[in-house]
Write a protein that binds this ligand. Sequence first.
Ligand code: AMP
Ligand code: ZN
Length: 476
Amino acid sequence: MLKIYNSLTRKVEEFTPLNSDEVKMYTCGPTVYDYASIGNFRTYTVADVLYRTLRFNGYKVKYVMNLTDVGHLTGDNQGDADTGEDRMEKGAKREGKTAWQIADFYSKAFLSDFKKLNLSQPTLFARATDHIKEQVELIKNLESKGLTYRIDDGIYFDIKKFEEATGKKYGQLSDLDEIKEGARVSKNLQKKDPRDFALWKLSNNPGERHMEWESPWGIGFPGWHLECSAMSMKYLGESFDIHAGGEDLKQIHHPNEIAQSEGATGKLFVKYWLHVRFLLVEGKKMSKSLGNFYTVSDVEKKKINPIALRYLYLNAHYQDPLNFTWEALESAQNTLSNLYSIAREIKNENESERKTLSEEKMQKIDSFRQDFISSINDNLNAPKALAVLWAVVKSNIPSSDKLDLMYLFDEVLGLKIAEISSAGAEIPQKILSLNAQRDEFRKKGDYLNADKLRKEIELKGYKIIDTREGSRILKA
Ligand code: AMP
Ligand code: ZN
């Protein structure tokens, strides 16, 4: 039975889907005005592990992630998110391009990094600019219920009216009293309540922005929070199961999503809210000004496999702090390489033991499987699940059972164990053992003998490629 921590109730809860046929899940995706950071990818990796865990438990899952390509202003996520410059337009100025070109370029870069981390393809990636109509409809709905008002720079959501109309308290997810109590001081003095937020921002000088649309209220663009409500409800229904994101979003963005959606439908918006603790870099918040803002490309530039980053994320519980250092990533890379070479060795082992499987070993295999499932189902305890994987690797169960379990666990962990350990599958056993001997010589620093074996392998028509994950053999 799967249990997850629900930020809404502040408790670990048993997961029961709203509709037993299919689980519906949404993750707040990136604002595509720049490369995504390794911090963003901690959140997406945890969301991916949750998605994989749901499937591992036999659920069919509809999974939607958005790409924010308009409306996210530079007033930060925990402060006044309706103020400042539009991030997309800012990116456009920085690079001398249009906001549309920026969105296109960084969406592609994001999707490419996404694949490198072996993140499962969601059922749908939804772009904010493809859903302007749905966002306008949502504002019209809120307007018809008297939950909006107009000021100079746009149409705003009225929190007090929402609370009166629904009997619900705004900001249940938030840890900040100023959000719950409305004690925050707003930069926009026309707002009735500092907690109110923009649904539609009006263009100052229509024609000046790259991204703007006609609307019943004038030319402008949607407020950042609106897209997630409009798109998640369009694809997943007015009430759905799981909504995930980084911990910052639980203060303002997610409370605003709840207010808009529940204000419009009168129904519960989302049953389980999952928030991922921020990744720190050398103990500090990641930021461009501190020079500690790293991307997946920076990882690759250091000749580190991005899957090592995935391993590093999995090695900490998602609610615990995770401090990124290059040393920690290199150590994850070594551990991962070790795992791959063990998997390759196991794969090439002779299987005479298979027929004589004792009762005790069968029980062991079964208890490994149970331990893995109960770890990952225990609020996604990935570090514990990894420990079970290593216990399997080090155990004395038959090789083929080891491999079966490793592949099975990897359906959740996503470390590409099968793919990488199969890389030399078509190479004859004799060549693989010669290469294994050569690796041994190399480990001991005996390069003379290692070179002799290299020549022998090459004479037989194969070539060797030495990588950080060990050597690989290809047909010459
Ligand atoms: P943004 O592009 O800033 O809107 O962030 C996209 C997603 O990444 C959101 O779910 C954020 O909460 C999350 N996020 C941003 N920075 C970090 C970080 N340092 N660690 C973990 N998640 C992050
Ligand atoms: Zn969102």
